[in-house]
Each structure stands twice: as structure tokens, then as C-alpha cells.
Design a binder for this molecule. Structure first.
Ligand code: HSE
Length: 429
């Protein structure tokens, strides 16, 4: 074993960073044996010094991340700060210094992944980011390496634990969205500002990364259609139950049937209870991958939290250190298909449409004819009368988003339709 240590700069010492520092210290001997050289934590850059960080060597703390990255002897930079800047600048500086980078930064990778991969390749170093998607679950490396000889056609997953916890609470207790969010916040699952999670930004960044790797094309967060869970009601959840379904926030990445384009989208959807993703409870993540030769694969586990995310970071750290010692790099970006991202209005799926209508002769026929006019075929209709008005639930066969939107616009204009109470996509069949 080499005795000269590989030097690691850690940027960020929050929930994930402090756990990375702790494991690097307590498991130093095992990590050294697996890598073939000791790894030394050379410095830890934080925003504010002076905080108590149990288990973190105090003498390594600095507030000057720039100086740490550029000090000239760093082999690997671990970035667990998040956000676009200064993380991007620091990562590019690390590459210029000849250091490999391990990052958990989904927002940055989903925005500038192609540029960062090109900079890493130019510098002859590694850029690994298993922790950016689905926490501890090994997912990016299986997609990039284990499935490199196969053709992935679809990735369907629950990649945000906070929203899964909220939807699961709504499902198991009948609570409304606000009540379930309050509980998620009280238990520490939701952050004080839950926007990134509940509006689907976090899941959309992860979907962009997954689609890019799965389909060997460039997909950014801006290419991902996004809807969060803030409009999901207790009535939607109850309606899903009546259909034998459950509501999940899904990230769906698909290669078009003709192979000429891809789509990536994040939105709440009803899935049948028989689908493997339906049984993913609480804050867990799970991703279903459909590949031509392999068939259907499911990846499941904790998608967030200090220890699970640190596990993925340390796995990457071991990999890039091994590559450094071998004088090589691991597989980089594999963008060669240049498939365009198809707009959402051309995406085809099934829909659950809930309407409040007048309960009188001819209304059902009128509603059905609007669906027919737009070429949207109805699968099932369920009606329940309530003193002069009725609730009508229509589930369609597969139709484009554009056709469904036009149908709904026309339904809203009918005198007999009092309200389009909800529209939700139905997936997983
Ligand atoms: N906030 C994310 C989640 C974890 O709830 O899954 C980090 O990506």
C-alpha cells in the first residue's frame, strides 16, 4: 500500500458533510485498505466558523474555500454545499488544479452537467455524483456502467422523500395537504422553506440527470416538465383509492417509441396499488428502470439524510481515489445521441378527470361528446348524484396532453359543468 496519503478537501459541513468527515475519520483504516493508500482530510470549508460540529476535527475548519481548493496539493474535492455558485466556480478551480470532484449537487449537475463533464475530461480528472440522485441508492453507476451495454427506454421513480412522506400521510390518514406538510415539517422531513421539494424542483433536477445518463443525451432541468404536489387534495387521494390506486410524485423519463426524442417530466400521478412503486412508503425513494435486454429493474432505499447521502459520497470518493492511484479516470459523460426533449403537450398518458356537473338529462352525453370531439377515448365513467348536481369521474385511455387540455378547456365552458375539480395523470399500467 502507498504510504503517501491522498488529500481530500471537503466543501460543506452540514448534515451530509459532517457525516462524511466522521466516517473518513473513524473508518480511515478500512478506506485506506480498499483504496490502496490512506486518505487524509486536508481541510473543511464552511460558511460560518465557530459552530459546534461534534466529531469534526476543529483544526481543519476554514471559511476560505477558494484557498483550500487552490492550495496545490489536493487530490479530491468533495462538494456538499449545494446551489449553483460558488460551487460551480470551486469545482472548475478544482479541475484546473488537477483534482477529481465528488459532488452531491443535483441543481448544478442538472443545469451545467455537460459543461462540468467537459471541463473534467479536459483536465483528465473524474466528476462523480452518485449522491445527487436518490441518496444512498446506487443508481447513477448502475445506469452509467452496469447498463452501458443495454438500451434503457424508461426510468420511472419516486426521487423525493419529503413529498412521498406527505402523500403517504395523506393516503394513510385522510389528512389534507397542509396538515400533512405540517407533520412533515415537525418531524424534520420538510425544510422550513419546502418549495424545492413540494413544487417539484428537486425531483426535476434529479429527472434531468437520470434522463441524460439513461438516454446518452443532454437533458437540463429546464427541459423537464414540472408540477408539484401543492394542489393535490384529500379528495384526489380518496378518488385514487376508489380506483385501487395511490397518488405519488413521479419522475418519468422516456425515450419516444420511434427513438427520435426523449421526455422528462415530474408531476403527481395515480398508480395502481399493484405497481411496485405503490408500496414505497414514508420518505423512501424507489426507481424503476426498463431496459430492452434487462427488462424491469427496481432500485429502492433511503433517498435523503446525512448517513445515506454520505454513503453515496464515500462510495464515489473510494472510486475516484482508486482511479487516481491507477493514473486513470472512470467513465465520464456519454452524450452522443443528441435526442431532443419533446414538449409536454405531445406526451401521451391516461387521465383522471373529476367534474362537478348538473344532474339532469343529457349532461353525461354532452360531456362524453367533448371528449370524443378531441379524440380522447373514455375508459371508465363514475357518477354520484348529490341533490341536483353530481360528481363525475372520467378516466381516459391514452391521449396527448394537448388533446386533454383542449378537452378540459371546452368542458369548463359548458353551462352544465360547474367545476373541473381535478385533473390527474394515471401512470404505471
Ligand atoms: N429534499 C430531498 C428529498 C433530499 O426530500 O428527497 C435531497 O435530495
Amino acid at each position: 500500500m502507498r504510504t503517501r496519503p491522498l488529500k481530500v478537501a471537503l466543501l460543506g459541513c452540514g448534515v451530509v458533510g459532517s457525516e462524511v468527515a466522521r466516517i473518513m475519520t473513524t473508518d480511515a483504516a478500512d478506506l485506506a485498505a480498499r483504496i490502496g493508500a490512506p486518505v487524509e482530510l486536508a481541510g473543511i470549508a464552511v460558511r460560518r466558523a465557530g459552530r459546534t460540529r461534534p466529531g469534526v476535527p476543529e483544526h481543519l475548519i476554514t471559511t476560505d474555500a477558494e484557498a483550500l481548493v487552490n492550495r496545490g496539493d489536493i487530490d479530491v474535492v468533495v462538494e456538499v454545499v449545494g446551489g449553483i455558485e460558488p460551487s460551480k466556480h470551486l469545482i472548475l478551480s478544482a479541475f484546473e488544479q488537477g483534482a477529481s470532484v465528488v459532488s452531491a449537487n443535483k441543481a448544478l449537475l442538472a443545469k451545467d452537467g455537460t459543461e462540468l463533464h467537459a471541463a473534467a475530461a479536459e483536465a483528465g480528472v473524474d466528476l462523480y455524483y452518485e449522491a445527487a440522485v436518490a441518496g444512498a441508492i446506487p443508481l447513477l453507476r448502475p445506469l452509467r456502467e452496469s447498463l452501458a451495454g443495454d438500451k434503457v427506454n424508461r426510468v420511472l421513480g419516486i426521487v423525493n422523500g419529503t413529498t412521498n412522506f406527505i402523500l403517504d400521510k395523506m393516503d394513510s390518514t385522510g389528512a389534507g395537504y397542509s396538515e400533512a406538510l405540517e407533520e412533515a415539517t415537525a418531524l424534520g422531513y420538510a425544510e422550513a422553506d419546502p418549495t424545492a421539494d413540494v413544487e417539484g424542483f428537486d425531483a426535476a433536477a434529479k429527472a434531468a440527470i437520470l434522463a441524460g445518463i439513461a438516454f446518452h443525451t443532454e437533458v437540463t432541468a429546464a427541459d423537464v416538465y414540472r408540477e408539484g404536489i401543492t394542489e393535490v387534495t384529500a379528495a384526489d387521494i380518496a378518488s385514487a383509492k376508489e380506483m385501487g390506486c395511490v397518488v405519488k410524485l413521479l419522475a418519468i423519463c422516456e425515450r419516444a417509441a420511434d427513438g427520435a426524442s426523449v421526455t422528462a417530466r415530474v408531476h403527481p400521478a395515480m398508480i395502481p396499488l399493484s405497481h411496485p412503486l405503490a408500496s414505497v412508503r414514508e420518505a423512501y425513494n424507489a426507481v424503476f428502470v426498463e431496459a430492452e435486454a434487462a427488462g424491469r429493474l427496481m432500485f429502492y432505499g433511503p433517498g435523503a439524510g446525512g448517513s445515506p447521502t454520505a454513503s453515496a459520497v464515500l462510495g464515489d470518493l473510494v472510486a475516484v481515489c482508486r482511479n487516481k492511484l491507477a493514473g486513470s479516470t472512470g467513465p465520464g459523460d456519454s452524450v452522443y445521441t443528441q435526442l431532443p426533449a419533446k414538449p409536454m403537450d405531445q406526451v401521451v398518458t391516461r387521465y383522471h378527470v373529476s367534474l362537478d356537473v348538473d344532474d339532469r338529462a343529457g349532461v353525461l352525453a354532452q360531456v362524453a361528446s367533448v371528449f370524443a370531439e378531441h379524440g380522447v377515448s373514455i375508459d371508465t365513467v363514475r357518477q354520484q348524484g348529490r341533490d341536483g348536481d353530481a360528481s363525475l369521474v372520467v378516466v381516459t385511455h391514452r391521449a396527448t396532453d394537448a388533446a386533454l387540455s383542449a378537452t378540459v378547456d371546452k368542458l369548463r365552458a359548458l353551462d352544465s359543468v360547474r367545476d373541473v375539480a381535478s385533473i390527474m395523470r394515471v401512470e404505471g399500467e
